[in-house]
Structures are given as C-alpha cells and as structure tokens.
Write a protein that binds this ligand. Sequence first.
Ligand code: ADP
Ligand code: ASP
Ligand code: MG
Length: 424
Amino acid sequence: MALIVHKYGGTSMGSTDRIRNVAKRVAKWVRAGHQMVVVPSAMSGETNRLLGLAKELSPASTTPEVMRELDMIAATGEQVSVGLLAIALQAEGVPSVSYTGWQVPVSTDSSYTKARIESIDDKRVREDLAAGRVVVVAGFQGIDADNNITTLGRGGSDTSAVAIAAAMKADECLIYTDVDGVYTTDPRIVPEARRLHTISFEEMLEMASLGSKILQIRSVEFAGKYRVPLRVLSSFTPWDIDINEEAKSGTLISFEEDEKMEQAVVSGIAFNRDEAKVTLLGVPDKPGIAFQILGPVAEANIDIDVIIQNVSHDGKTDFSFTVHRNDYARTMELLQNTVGPATNAAKVMGDPKICKVSIVGIGMRSHVGVASKMFRALSEEGINIQMISTSEIKTSVVIDEKYMELAVRALHKAFDLDQEQAGA
Ligand code: ADP
Ligand code: ASP
Ligand code: MG
C-alpha cells in the first residue's frame, strides 16, 4: 500500500462526464490498495470566468483590498470541483470527503493572487485516510495568518498537489493533464514535438521558470526541495488501462543526472509572451547608474528579468530591461515621471510586444557552440535578437513577438528535437 497524490487540471475536470472519469480512475487506484489524496483544479475556463466578473466591476484596480476579494472569488472555482469529485467518488462506491484549502489548513503568506505555502497541517487528512476515505483537497488556495483566503498564482494547483505530497511524504505525486507528458516544447505550437520519458529536475525548473506552462514553477521547486517523486501524465487515456502501465506512462521528473540525459545537449524549448521591454536612452555611463535605474523599480515591487546595457558613446549609454507585461504600464510611468528625469535620460521607450524564447539542456554545461548554433538558426529566419541572457543550462533571447512561433519551430529543428535522442 502506498500513499499517492493525484492532481487533475482544469480540462481533466472540464465536465461532469470528465469528473466521472476521474472518479473511476481514482477508484481503480483505491482498489489496487492505495491511500489517495486527490487535488483538482477548477473546471476549465472557470477561473477566467470568475476573475472576468471581478474585472467588469473594477477593471484596473490592484489595491490590496481588491486583491483580497479576487482570491475570495477565484478560490470558489476549486471549491465546486472538490465537491463534485467527492460526490462522483461516492457514486463509484468509494468513501470520500472534500476540503477547501482553509479546512486542511494549507497556511500561506498574505500575498494575494500569488501567495506562498508556508505549512500544511495534515492531521485531518491523515485521519480520513486512516478511516478509509479518499481525501479531495482544493488546489490553488490556502489561508493566511489572519484567516483570509489566498490563492497561489495561475496554475497553482500543481503547487498544492506537490506541497501536500511533500508534507505527507507521499510515495508519488502524479500530475494528470491534457497532454501525455512533458514535451520538447509545447506540442500545440510544434506538432513535431516529442514526449520526454524523463526530464531532469534542473531542466524542468528552467523550463517552468522560462514560461513552459505545463507545471507551475513553485511545484517544481517543492519537488526539488523535498525530493517528491513527480510524474506528468495524461488524464485522457481510458480510465481502465492497466494500472502498472499507467504508473509508468508520461514523463518522470528525475533527480539523477545520469549519462543518458547528459547526451541531449538541448532538451527543450520554452517561450514566454508575458514580458515587455523598456529602454532608457542616453543615460550617463557612470558608476551607480544601474542601481539608480533599477533601485526604484525594485522598490515598486516590480520584478526585472533580462537586463542589457549598451557600450558607452560620449559618456552616455542606453539601458534596457524586461518586466512582466502586467507591470508594463506601471514601469513606463515610473521611468517617465521619476527615473528618467532623475538620471537625465534623453528618452524613455517601451515595447510590450516582445517575447522570450529559450533553449534548455544540462548538456549545455559541457558543450561549446550551443548559443551560436541558436543565433545562426534565428538569423537564417531573419529574426533580429534584441537581448540575450544565459546561464549554465539555458540561453534565452528576446525577440519581436510576431516571430515567436517561427523561432520556436526553427530552433526545434536546428537542435534535432524531433528526432529520438540516443539513450532517451
Ligand atoms: P492543466 O489544466 O492540466 O494544469 P495546463 O494547461 O496548465 O494544464 O498545462 C498543460 C498544457 O501545457 C498543455 O496543454 C500544453 O499546451 C502546455 N505546454 C507548454 N509547454 C509544454 C511542454 N513542454 N510539454 C507539454 N505541454 C506543454
Ligand atoms: N484554477 C487555477 C487557474 O486556472 C489553478 C490551476 O488550474 O492550477 O490558474
Ligand atoms: Mg496547469
């Protein structure tokens, strides 16, 4: 008997028929003798619908008061899902009980709409499991120290599932979704993308942080920190397929850097349309200028991603950086009204229509020429690179948004990602 956590995403929970299917699958795992905790997302489209209602009443407000209510509203999507799934399980003859985040409780900090899990009290869940019940816990949500409902950021049910698996020392956490594993890139953009049988934890962390929406980055961080065995697999296989076959399907997030994985120089391509670029032209090139520009941005709680400073001309330089697109208007305002005048910038410019495309692979550590191969592939498509950022196992470029799909396809081909890798 093992303790297993299943997570089902929005599409997998998208209708009562699909919920019935989830219940049948979970019932199969129960009949195989396992203790089960199941973490569903809201039904597909529901979180957008709920947040859309709030937006109708208050289009642009980001006051703490409004943010609190957004979480109050968004958390109800998952509350409906857990109740429906518990009923569907009971209809299958499986004793089951559902909990919201606060009933567990899943304790978080108070950063509404992007709260971080601080601790999980598993006493109540364990009592239910001991009594032979399947426990269905709402994903995406928790409660802060003042009893306010919080949510964990979009895609946050992944994080709920992995955090619960970590807190309970579950034997495995299975993330069921609408694709059958982690691919070399989003198969919706590149039909030739290939499913990876395994991906190293470090690569998965980079892929998630660089925009691949298959797993929320914090879920991967939790898996790494607490060594949670983690697998991504399809909820659209027939529910009654052999359980041993199912348990080995999809993609395993591996903590071992074995030789096989070292062979793939580039394992995957991630992309992100959520960024915007801002530029200060003609700022004085003197010690402290980066801090003078970025200090106030950080103080305004705006996250900065890629940064580039040009060579100096007559003591002046140009300075560009990217921010989340939601922070673009705020950043431009800050630069135009405060930072620009304070640094004597000649001009403030902005471009919200950019994207970031990244190649990821632990093999990049030991191979030279990977970045130049990337730049050649982009130049052959006539794509201009605006910014570059590298780390040990990734190279990212910022390009015009309209070339995103072309760039991803060209890179996928250039690195032979459509071919089965030796040893994969
Ligand atoms: P869920 O609702 O189950 O959480 P998501 O929509 O959050 O599902 O994530 C699954 C989606 O992630 C897929 O439908 C796919 O389009 C997208 N995706 C992005 N990058 C990848 C990748 N590298 N491999 C597989 N899917 C990816
Ligand atoms: N329902 C939430 C969202 O749409 C959380 C999730 O699906 O993981 O972002
Ligand atoms: Mg998701």
